[in-house]
Design a binder for this molecule. Structure first.
Ligand code: PMT
Length: 398
């Protein structure tokens, strides 16, 4: 487990060295980011000693080392835990202010975020603070509720950072799920590109973020993951990655294997040019129109559903209107076990966004709405639903 611990400037920051030590006892590798105010309460040196790594306080990193610390760290981390989190940090996280090393890192971070608010009880009860906590919770952030008792300032009430073992328990719960241990999960992600000539192609706006998040979540839950990826600019998670370009190549990669679960988050082109010009198509004097004849690409999902035995199949539906109705039709037509519908007319979710909001419909007609959240959170919820339907036993029994 690779944890970035963010510490902000509250009296409870004194617990940070113990938190690092206990995280390490639980098997975590821990890197620490302190806000400059936290560094008034706890010394970077003691945290460096206990974590056995350098501690980041300065947003601008070390110019000698080159590279940008927060981006490098985001490639490495599996969890960001902010404890204690002050009212100021909650506000920054809620609206996306990035003006110190920790708040900047929080925006670069891709995995789950756990936040332990700790402050004076009246500050905690302030409507702004409460509304920021609710904003974060709605976004899928795990809030570790503060304890009640006598506070350092002499007031009594809620606001204390929970005891370190309790925080460790929450972190373990987040990471303890190995419910896909040993299961073979194939995930498709990203767009396909259908060539017109050597320099042009037909494609779509898929970034691959949704599929990559699912691949990473399945890996963390113990699955043996194969990621079949169309062209994307995302860093590959530590799983087997098969890179493909066209729908035909994606079909070959998907059909060529035995898996327990197949999750098809890729946006596969439905049509491809019948002929691919061998050389770049040139403009011709007096010719104002160009006709390209397209042919249907292989329907990977339908072909996979017809296989026997076949894996548990999760389809996606990218819709711009009548989302639920179209998704239900697609679920039937394609013969999948679950379909994850997203409204791609909403620019804040779906294609190339960090977040998504989906309706997951099962074969028996039941539907689960997953509220807007980072794709990493949506990924875990989709896997929860697969596990709930015994997806991983499916291909042995069918
Ligand atoms: O990649 P991101 O930027 O993170 O965006 C995520 C996403 C919007 C691409 C993703 O959430 C999503 O909706 N993926 C499915 C997009 C899509 O192609 O939907 P569709 O409704 O056209 O296709 C339905 C299903 O059939 C999909 O599971 C698709 O993978 C599959 N399909 C489509 C065509 C084809 N020839 N073969 C297929 O198997």
């Amino acid at each position: 487990m690779r944890v970035v611990l963010g510490v902000t400037g509250g009296i409870a920051a004194y617990k940070a060295p113990e938190l690092v030590r206990r995280l390490k006892d639980a098997g975590a590798d821990v890197r620490v980011i302190l806000t400059p105010n936290a560094a008034r309460f706890v010394s970077p040196l003691s945290l460096a000693a206990v974590s056995e790594h350098g501690v980041i306080v300065d947003q601008w990193g070390d110019p000698e080392r080159g590279g940008v610390d927060h981006i490098e760290l985001a490639r490495w981390a599996e969890l960001l835990l902010i404890a204690p989190a002050t009212a100021n940090m909650l506000a920054k996280l809620a609206v996306g202010i990035a003006d110190d090393a920790l708040s900047t890192y929080a925006i670069a971070h891709r995995g789950p975020l756990m936040v332990a608010p700790a402050m004076n009880t009246f500050m905690l009860a302030h409507p702004t603070v409460q509304s920021n906590v609710e904003t974060l919770r709605a976004r899928g952030v795990t809030i570790i509720e503060p304890d009640s008792g006598l506070l350092a300032c002499g007031d009594e009430g809620a606001g204390r950072l929970p005891d370190v073992p309790l925080i460790i328990e929450r972190v373990r719960a987040q990471f303890g799920t190995r419910d896909l241990e040993g299961k073979r999960v194939l995930v498709t992600a990203g767009p396909t590109r259908e060539a017109i000539d050597p320099v042009r192609y037909i494609s779509n706006r898929s970034s691959g973020k949704m599929g990559y998040a699912i691949a990473e979540a399945a890996r963390r839950r113990g699955a043996i993951v194969t990621l079949v990826s169309g062209p994307t600019s995302l860093p590959a998670p530590p799983v087997e990655v098969i890179r493909v370009t066209s729908a035909q190549e994606m079909r070959d990669a998907v059909m060529n294997g035995t898996h327990d679960i197949v999750i098809k988050a890729a946006a596969v082109a439905d049509f491809a040019p019948v002929e691919v010009a061998a050389t770049k198509i040139k403009k011709q004097e007096g010719v104002d129109e160009l006709t390209i004849t397209l042919r249907k690409t292989p329907d990977i999902l339908a072909e996979l559903s017809a296989k026997s035995p076949r894996p548990f199949i999760v389809a996606f539906a990218a819709e711009t209107h009548a989302v639920e109705q179209h998704a239900r039709e697609k679920l039937q037509r394609k013969g999948a076990d679950l379909i994850v519908a997203n409204d791609v007319s909403d620019a804040s979710i779906g294609f190339d966004s960090g977040e998504n909001e989906v309706l997951v419909i099962a074969k028996d007609g039941s539907a689960t709405r997953i509220a807007k959240a980072p794709k990493s959170v949506i990924a875990d919820r989709i896997l929860d639903l697969c596990v709930g339907l015994n997806a991983s036993d499916r291909h042995e029994t069918s």
